[in-house]
Design a protein around this ligand. Structure first.
Ligand SMILES: CC(C)(COP(=O)(O)OP(=O)(O)OC[C@H]1O[C@@H](n2cnc3c(N)ncnc32)[C@H](O)[C@@H]1OP(=O)(O)O)[C@@H](O)C(=O)NCCC(=O)NCCS
Length: 189
């Protein structure tokens, strides 16, 4: 049976709200992406492909298929009702109880501990309610902020995939570092 995801998760300062396919959400998301191109383009291919509100709307509709199959859930990150970024669990594997986490935040809101909090909220959901066993984060070796976040949040570095993806931004093959946390490690906190 496909997983039933929650619409909202609450932390001390942040609320995570499921990103639903609507023109309103597409406009909100596109505005933040558009204002953060320089901040996001080194680490993701999609900002360059997100050129108008309709692109965000298509993205929101397309990802619903994965959500309906129980493979992915994406939440918008809100502080005092202001949308400031996204965090998602994707590639959820039923039998292995494993998944990957991805995230981004508007540059104006970085270094306030917000992604640390968002990650903790999502981990709680993933390990406690969704009963996942392993979460992984795959990070470009050059992405110091994301590497620092994974380390600070207690993820273990497993190693490196050498030149496993081509970055159009850097115009070269880049290495990815894999960090993970297991359910048994989460429980030890
Ligand atoms: C990576 C990102 C999500 C971090 O979000 P954030 O809310 O600023 O992170 P936090 O404030 O919770 O910081 C947690 C820790 O991460 C590390 N960190 C965060 N930003 C950093 C930076 N610019 N340089 C070095 N370390 C950094 C620090 O160890 C920090 O702990 P500290 O503040 O106690 O030193 C944000 O920089 C971002 O959206 N970057 C662009 C998108 C991206 O790279 N996504 C991830 C792709 S894998």
């Amino acid at each position: 049976m496909a997983i039933k995801f929650k619409n909202q998760l609450k932390g001390k300062r942040l609320t995570l709200k499921r990103t639903k396919p609507s023109l309103k959400m597409a406009k909100i998301m596109f505005k933040v992406i558009d204002e953060n191109r320089k901040h996001l383009e080194p680490w993701f291919p999609w900002p360059k492909l997100t050129l108008k509100v309709e692109d965000s709307l298509k993205y929101l509709f397309d990802k619903e298929e994965e959500t309906e199959k129980g493979k992915k859930i994406e939440y918008g990150i809100y502080i005092n009702n202001e949308y400031i970024g996204n965090i998602s669990i994707f590639d959820i594997h039923d039998k292995n109880k494993s998944a990957e986490i991805g995230y981004w935040l508007s540059s104006a809101h970085t270094r306030n501990g917000y992604m640390t909090e968002a990650l903790k909220i999502l981990e709680k959901e993933a390990f406690e309610r969704l009963k996942l066993n392993r979460l992984q984060i795959k990070i470009d070796e050059k992405n110091k902020a994301s590497l620092g976040l994974a380390k600070k949040c207690g993820y273990t570095c497993e190693g490196k995939y050498r030149e496993d993806s081509f970055s159009e931004y850097f115009n070269e093959f880049v290495n990815s570092v894999v960090y993970s946390k297991l359910r048994s490690e989460y429980k030890k906190r």
